[in-house]
Design a protein around this ligand. Structure first.
Ligand code: GLU
Length: 476
């Protein structure tokens, strides 16, 4: 397929069933569709497949739509709700009966159970319903007139069905692998196969990019298109996302829904970038960090990989840090603060310390949890550090003198540094002999971002208070 940006007739869709939250696998399918539409100047549409009233829940449809919106994947046309289309779907089912491609099936549940058992007894690998058309039509009118319950079934051909999959190349199902499948249940409700084909046809969908779990549905759906004489869209089946245990990604091994990643503080552009690279590759180089526009520029369906990809949350965290550093400082701070409910997290403090920690932050959590001393006096001091840097009483005395001397220094990094080094020279000690205990006093730790910048950010009162607390104990 070409990658021209001119408007094209390409129309793709994301069609979630509102039976669960927006799974990252679904989000990735949506992203691939969106990227494809944007890369060729086509349209990206959203359809909510809520035909299963027992399993569909309205509030979940909203959660899914909110997740898509957060990722920037909004439908280019009004959202289609499958449940609004029941009459149209039933009309098509009856049309298929008229055309001889489907039939009224009066088989009762008990009869079905018996057929299943017989098939099992014969040792067949799986039960496939295939009726003799002539036989099922016998007596059908009579049963209809009598008001017997019926389903409508599509009559599978004995010939196989093949298609050229955008991801897997040629895929073929033999006649033996096909079965007569239900289009309308005996309670009058249309099934997924009927709905998806009618909807995709009526929405003029040209390409169906969806998860690998739908591969075995595709021959049935192609058969339906053909029976209606409708154009068959191009299909592409995207491999599943695996968890770190190499099994299908599930809650067993961590977060799976877009909402959970949002709550953990991931940026939508980072999750978008990360999910795109799970199963798609730009083909050249080992570049991994892309903006959305760059992904639109680079995307082709040929880059979709046929092999499943493993979800590595550590890598997503790394990528989040990369995207965070691509933001303006102003936006990055706004984003971090939105994830804090602690009133101690003052914007003014954040602003001063941000340049010090920026290179290491991955998530808001790192920022607030790894540097608690930015917002409150340390509750404890690293014991090994105390032993190493403060066991000499002479140094303790110097530290006290240093604390007192800070009254007369302006709190700017260069001045603070010159002041400390000057004192050390005068006292004939190494700068490190003062720097290490000061760091310990201010942060409780033996490593921290640049000490003098930190002193400026904390301010004179806090620095002196913390030095004295270290020397006298926290109650002093
Ligand atoms: N509603 C289906 C699902 O959520 C998708 C159907 C399709 O993409 O054809 O798995």
């Amino acid at each position: 397929m070409t990658n021209s940006r001119a408007t094209s007739s390409v129309r793709v869709r994301f069609a979630p069933s509102p039976t669960g939250y927006l799974h990252v696998g679904g989000a990735r399918t949506a992203i691939f569709n969106w990227l494809y539409a944007r890369s060729v100047g086509g349209k990206f549409l959203v359809r909510i497949e809520d035909t299963d009233p027992q399993r569909s829940r309205g509030e979940l449809a909203q959660v899914i739509l909110d997740g898509l919106k957060w990722l920037g994947l909004e439908s280019d046309e009004p959202i289609v709700y499958q449940s609004d289309r029941t009459q149209r779907l039933l009309d098509v089912a009856h049309e298929l009966v008229k055309r001889g491609a489907a039939y009224y099936d009066f088989t009762t549940l008990e009869e079905l159970d018996a057929m299943r058992a017989a098939s099992q007894a014969k040792g067949e690998p799986s039960f496939r319903f295939k009726a003799n058309l002539k036989k099922v039509r016998e007596g059908a009118q009579e049963k209809l007139a009598r008001g017997d319950a019926y389903a409508i079934r599509f009559s599978a051909s004995s010939e196989g069905i093949a298609w050229d999959d955008l991801v897997h190349g040629n895929v073929r199902y033999s006649g033996d692998e096909l079965e007569d499948f239900v289009l309308v249940r005996s309670d009058g409700s249309p099934t997924y196969h009927l709905s998806v084909v009618c909807d995709d046809h009526d929405m003029n969908i040209t390409h169906v990019l969806r998860g690998d779990d739908h591969v075995s549905n595709t021959p049935k759906q192609i058969a339906l298109y053909r029976a209606m004489n409708w154009d068959v869209p191009q299909f592409g089946h995207v491999p599943l996302i695996l968890g770190p245990d190499k099994k299908r990604l599930s809650k067993r091994t961590g977060a799976t829904s877009v909402g959970e990643f949002q709550a953990k503080g991931f940026l939508p552009q980072a999750l978008f970038n990360f999910l795109t690279l799970l199963g798609w590759s730009p083909g050249k180089g080992d570049r991994e960090v892309f903006t959305r526009d760059q992904l639109v520029e680079a995307f082709t369906t040929a880059g979709i990989q046929a092999k499943s990809a493993v979800f590595d949350e550590q890598k997503l965290e790394w990528m989040n840090g990369e995207h965070l550093r691509m933001m303006s400082d102003e936006d990055a701070l706004k984003y971090l603060l939105a994830y804090s409910t602690d009133s101690a997290h003052q914007e003014a403090v954040l602003r001063t310390v941000w340049p010090l920690v920026k290179s290491r932050v991955r998530l808001p959590r790192d920022f607030f949890n790894d540097h608690p001393y930015l917002f409150a006096d340390p509750e404890s001091f690293d014991e090994k550090g105390i032993e190493k840097h403060l066991s000499d009483p002479a140094i303790r005395a110097r530290l006290r003198d240093y604390s007192a001397s800070l009254n007369n220094v302006s709190f700017m990094p260069e001045t603070l540094e010159a002041h400390l080094r000057g004192l050390c020279e005068q006292w004939q000690i190494k700068a490190g002999q003062l720097i290490h205990p000061v760091r310990l006093a201010l942060t409780g730790k033996t490593v921290s971002p640049g000490l003098f910048e930190l002193m400026e950010a904390l301010g004179r009162d806090a620095v002196r208070r913390r030095l004295n607390r270290l020397l006298d104990g926290p109650t002093a």
